[in-house]
Ligand binder design. Structure first.
Ligand code: FAD
Length: 362
């Protein structure tokens, strides 16, 4: 893509309006040209905003000068979501605060740059946590987690991140700042009357959902553990979800999973779940990986909280490191071709014992 001719004007005007750092040197751009994927694309520039006004200026001016922008969290995306010929807006450096926790109603308002492990560490005192747990949680941000509709080992309990996104503050592509939340049919009718881009979005998404319901349903995979494409399935009846779907019209469910392509998220209201009181593991040994995979549906019948597979390659590599080999020998018997690590949650030791006993009998 040729460099947009208006780029110098964009940078000039942006520099007049921001308190943060706008970096256009080759070194900074190279740093942001990769994420955890194998893609590398040189960005047009990098904005490290200090305030929301900085972000607002970047979005508004990008609309004026037609300059592509791309929000970025920790950059742990595996499919190139955070690299592009765009001005990268790094939201991980400043916007990392927990704004409010409502322990009684089990939700929190947070900024998008908050790292998931930090979030959960702060929620521990309330006996709460965020449900979806991508393995990158020690650096992944809630903005990135939401935009990728991430999930993790406990998806069988908690579904995907969009299930837990309740509301959002976002900047639309023209710089309009708006709040996205669940709407009753009466509220939706009012929102569709709004002027400008906002009203247009409510009218358009509602129309797509009505006119295209059959097509959306036909094109939606039957399994609930999915995160590809826009979440139009949230606006129709009939799609399969692991976590109960709130049927109200809620555009934050569409921005979640949109990989930064629809809006810049500046704040999120997220659902929280109780932390498990007790956890227990069963290590199920197999001589054949296919037998392990085939047994998963049976294991799911005893309602574990997670199942992870470790194959022979992983086990062999562990055995080559003395420290890991010692640890491994404490819970792996012999040399199985693979193991399934089956985890259970419980309120008490007795409940855990009962669940593990049920697994043995199954
Ligand atoms: C070792 C490793 C393990 C992983 N394990 C898992 C896993 O178990 N499950 C899983 O789902 N994924 C996993 N991932 C992928 C990735 O870590 C997750 O998708 C994570 O949620 C991304 O968070 P991030 O902060 O790094 O987001 P980024 O990679 O920075 O961004 C992700 C997307 O969000 C957009 N975005 C970020 N912030 C905003 C914002 N404020 N407004 C609008 N858009 C925004 C970006 O434009 C981009 O499209 C793993 C990656 C690694 C490297």
């Amino acid at each position: 893509m040729p460099t947009p001719t208006a780029l110098p004007d964009y940078f000039h005007d942006l520099n007049q309006r921001i308190g943060g750092a706008l970096r256009t040197d080759a070194y900074s751009r190279t740093l942001y040209s990769t994420d955890a994927s194998s893609y590398q694309v040189m960005p047009l520039g990098v904005l490290i905003p200090r305030t929301l006004d900085d972000v607002h200026a970047a979005v508004e001016l990008s609309h004026k000068y037609r300059i592509p922008i791309l929000a970025r969290g920790a950059g742990t995306s595996l499919a190139g979501q955070t690299v592009n010929e765009a001005v990268i807006i790094d939201l991980s450096q400043q916007f990392d605060r927990i704004l409010e926790v409502n322990a009684e109603e089990q939700w929190a308002r947070v900024q998008p740059g908050l790292v998931l492990d930090v979030f959960n560490a702060n929620l521990a005192k309330y006996g709460l946590q965020f449900g979806p747990d991508p393995a990158s949680s020690n650096r992944a941000t809630v903005g990135g987690i939401s935009s990728n509709n991430s999930t993790g080992a406990h998806s069988i309990l908690y579904g995907v991140t969009t299930d837990h996104v309740l509301e959002m503050d976002v900047l639309l592509s023209d710089g309009t700042s708006t709040h996205l939340a669940p709407l009753t049919p009466e509220q939706l009718a009012q929102y569709k009357q709004k002027p400008g881009l906002e009203g247009h979005l409510y009218r358009t998404v509602d129309e797509i959902a009505h006119r295209g319901a059959a097509t959306i349903l036909a094109g939606t995979p039957r399994h609930w553990r999915r995160c590809g494409g826009y979440n139009l399935d949230r606006f129709i009846d009939g799609a399969n979800f692991n976590w109960p779907r709130d049927p109200r019209f809620n555009l934050s469910k569409l921005v979640s999973g949109s990989e930064g392509s629809l809006a810049v998220i500046t704040e999120l209201k997220l659902n929280l779940v109780p932390r498990p009181k007790k956890t227990g593991l069963a290590i199920v040994h197999f001589d054949d990986p296919r037998a392990a995979l085939a047994s998963v549906p049976i294991l799911l019948e005893v309602e574990p909280s997670a199942i992870e597979m470790q194959d022979n390659m992983g086990l062999t590599l562990c055995r080559e490191v003395p420290t890991y080999a010692r640890l491994l020998s404490s819970f792996v018997v012999g040399t199985p071709a693979c193991i399934l690590i089956v985890e259970f949650y419980g309120e008490s030791e007795a409940e855990l014992e009962a669940k593990l006993a049920r697994l043995k009998d199954h």
